[in-house]
Design a binder for this molecule. Structure first.
Ligand code: T5A
Length: 211
């Protein structure tokens, strides 16, 4: 495929949505190729309904396996109806969360079986991996403080500090195990400082890809 898939990952409040938007604006000024952004869950019309169920439904408790399957369903739809078609026509896609979030949240966070998660990720993506994943690494306490300042929290943001610590450990392990794909960036600095580091990581990747 001609396009590239660049994913932003991290715990709640790490600043990935902010940095993704800054990167999109920067890339549009330097790249003539088209740059588009998307997110999981919720990158398609069906996905938007799944996102609503996952994050804002409090009608009844969602079982951990149900949660896992809903994220997988959102991803399957996103890959087939959004990511693949745009990659095939050569787009540069910036995606807010992807498969590593499932390993970190449902695997390390909820304690679901890693083999099962890998199988579901495989089914949902058909093998489509990110070309580059930017992991914004911050302390759980800093992320929590940022989310508190922002106000109302969704279902997963309301989970315990221990849960989010396990998720953070998950991202740390994933980065250690996938050094060729995941770039760690210290997300605790100012928006501008972090943006400079993200730009440097993106520039290095473009050089590698000959873009
Ligand atoms: N999930 C997702 C799973 O459990 N499994 C999965 O497979 C997938 C795909 C998705 C939720 O679903 C879970 C993970 C999530 O809980 P989301 O929309 O990605 O939801 O949710 P969040 O991670 O909560 O994303 P947010 O957009 O809410 O937070 P971000 O992206 O981490 O942070 P951002 O950029 O919105 O910033 C948060 C606040 O901090 C400020 C911002 O202004 C904002 O107020 N901020 C900074 N403040 C100081 N210094 C900086 N450098 C700052 N950068 C941002």
């Amino acid at each position: 495929m001609d396009g590239k898939l660049i994913v932003f990952e991290g715990i709640e409040g790490c600043g990935k949505t902010t940095q993704l938007e800054r990167s999109r604006q920067w890339l549009r000024t330097i790249q003539s190729a088209d740059v588009i952004s998307t997110r999981e869950p919720g990158g398609t019309q069906l996905g938007a309904s799944i996102r609503q169920l996952l994050l804002h439904s409090d009608d009844e408790p969602i079982h951990d396996r149900t949660e896992l399957l809903l994220y997988a369903a959102d991803r399957a739809q996103h890959v087939e109806h959004f990511l693949r078609p745009h990659l095939e026509r050569g787009a540069l896609i910036l995606c807010d969360r992807y498969t590593d979030s499932t390993i970190a949240y449902q695997g390390y966070g909820r304690g679901l079986n890693f083999q099962l998660i890998d199988q579901l990720n495989q089914v949902a993506t058909g093998g489509l991996q990110s070309d580059l994943t930017i992991w914004l690494d911050i302390d759980v306490e800093i992320g929590f403080e940022r989310m508190k300042q922002r106000g109302k929290r969704d279902r997963i943001e309301q989970a315990s500090l221990d849960f989010h610590r396990r998720v953070q450990m998950g991202f740390t392990k994933l980065a250690e195990e996938n050094r060729d794909r995941i770039v760690r960036i210290d997300g605790s600095g100012s928006e501008l400082t972090v943006a400079e580091q993200v730009k440097a990581a993106l520039s290095q990747a473009f050089t590698r890809w000959g873009k």
